[in-house]
Design a protein around this ligand. Structure first.
Ligand SMILES: [Cu+2]
Length: 174
């Protein structure tokens, strides 16, 4: 090979292998939610929350077809380190969810059913950031998204979070 372009690790280089090689060697299809011992797990939407600890913000988020909870977060400030601890509440073995947020320069998450994984994110500018499921999960996969608002450092914007709520309109704010 003379040149490998434009990406390294082109997925088409994958080789075929007998399914038994994976099936019989520790494939994990599902994590039972009751047995999830992750210290930042949210075992239901009622446990989803956003907690500030100094400049660290921990988002205890759940994912289930077809929304995140919370999916509307305000009060993140420039300089914050945000940790999205996303629990996939699905208990069907073939429904992973993904998680990505605009501007994340490390990675996205792939969360297997019943599992909790964490994405660290440090916003680099003030504004609205979409977050979204990155793994096709159902016909409503495209709806599986939300927004985070990032305010300037030192802003007094209170930390709030909700599910499925419209942003306050100018009319309501009067
Ligand atoms: Cu999804």
């Amino acid at each position: 090979m003379i040149l490998d372009f434009p990406t390294i690790g082109e997925p088409h280089y994958a080789q075929a292998a007998p399914a038994d090689l994976i099936r019989n060697n520790g494939q994990i299809k599902i994590f039972k939610i009751d047995e999830n011992k992750h210290p930042r797990v949210a075992k239901g939407e009622a446990e989803s929350k956003v907690v500030r600890e100094g400049n660290k913000v921990h988002v205890y988020m759940t994912a289930i077809r077809s929304h995140f909870a919370p999916d509307n977060i305000e009060g993140i400030r420039m300089g914050d380190e945000v940790y999205f601890h996303v629990t996939n509440l699905e208990q069907d073995w073939d429904v992973p969810h993904g998680f990505g947020i605009k501007g994340a320069n490390n990675a996205e998450l792939l969360i297997m059913p019943g599992e909790t994984t964490t994405l660290k994110w440090m916003p680099d500018r003030v504004g609205m950031y979409p977050m979204y499921c990155t793994d096709f999960c159902s016909a409503l996969h495209q709806e599986m998204q939300g927004y985070v608002r990032v305010s300037p450092a030192g802003s007094k914007t209170p930390l709030t979070f909700s599910v499925g709520k419209q942003a306050t309109s100018a009319k309501e704010a009067q």
